[in-house]
Design a protein around this ligand. Structure first.
Ligand SMILES: [Zn+2]
Length: 273
């Protein structure tokens, strides 16, 4: 169908997309954009973001932060030197640069973009860690920093196992088709741990094949989906009898332990796996 030039174009929000910007050894910085404006999530390094903005003809309009670690906020000063934009971030994670402090239940309209995000508190990796959720049918997105990873989860630097298990439970309750934009490429290492726990999990085997192929050609395994994580990520599968059996057999869990104890045992084992 052609459109007459005299007819106004239907008013329609520009489609949003997410650009992957690798940084450091295994970080992913995310640029959410509409082909003109862009918001960056967790700019641990500023220069790769400035380069990506220039290469793609984008103007930065917002910075979104999930937690206070340097590899997530280190690029903020350089970006703010170039352009003064709002800095959204956790209310309780000690980040001085945050201009828009956020916590559980907050909803934001991201400056410069037709993008609404809601905020979840996800303590565990740090105490003030937040996640951003876009609830748009067909384009559900999660930006979860270092909380949920491909087939794994963040280390407990500040929080308790109960806090992290609760945070992961919130993320697992998001729609199955939610794309999981986490901040690190740790998937293959996490999958090796998952396989040791659940060698008979067919979905896990298929994921190992697919993600190994992807990394073999240097493609990211991220974003994954909430459905894939629920099917293969041991940290979301603490009630699976096979996983409990593996922990018990390894002498890392007492029979009859609750899911939080199972989670804690998984996390401790992974730390030394
Ligand atoms: Zn971190």
């Amino acid at each position: 169908m052609t459109q007459s030039p005299t007819q106004p174009f239907p008013k329609q929000a520009a489609k949003l997309a997410v650009l992957t910007v690798p940084a450091f050894k295994d970080n992913y910085l995310w640029l959410i954009h509409d082909s003109v404006h862009a918001a960056v999530v967790d700019p641990g390094d500023g220069q790769p973001i400035l380069d990506a903005l220039r290469e793609n003809g984008l103007t930065l309009t917002a910075i979104l932060l999930t937690h206070h670690h340097a590899d997530h906020i280190g690029g903020v000063p350089l970006l703010l030197e170039h352009t003064q934009v709002p800095v959204y971030g956790p209310r309780n994670d000690g980040i001085a640069a945050v201009t828009h402090p956020l916590g559980e239940g907050d909803r934001i309209e991201v400056a410069g973009l037709d993008l609404a995000l809601s905020v979840l508190d996800v303590p565990g990796h740090t105490l003030g860690h937040i996640a951003y959720v876009r609830e748009t049918p067909g384009a559900n997105w999660l930006f979860c920093g270092d909380t949920l990873f491909g087939a794994g989860c963040g280390r407990l630097f500040e929080g308790t196992p109960a806090q992290m298990a609760g945070s992961l439970g919130k993320l697992a309750a998001l729609p199955d088709d939610t794309l999981v934009y986490c901040a690190h490429e740790y998937t293959l290492s996490n999958l090796r741990f998952a396989e040791a726990l659940e060698p008979g999990n067919k979905a896990l085997q298929l994921r190992i094949e697919a993600d190994s192929r992807a990394r073999g050609t240097h493609l990211p395994t991220i974003p994954s989906t909430i459905a894939a994580e629920k099917a293969t990520n041991p940290f979301l599968r603490t009630t699976e009898p096979v996983i409990v059996d593996s922990l018990v057999a390894a002498g890392r869990l007492a029979r009859g332990a609750d899911p939080v104890a199972t989670f804690a045992a998984l996390r401790e084992w992974k730390n030394v796996f």
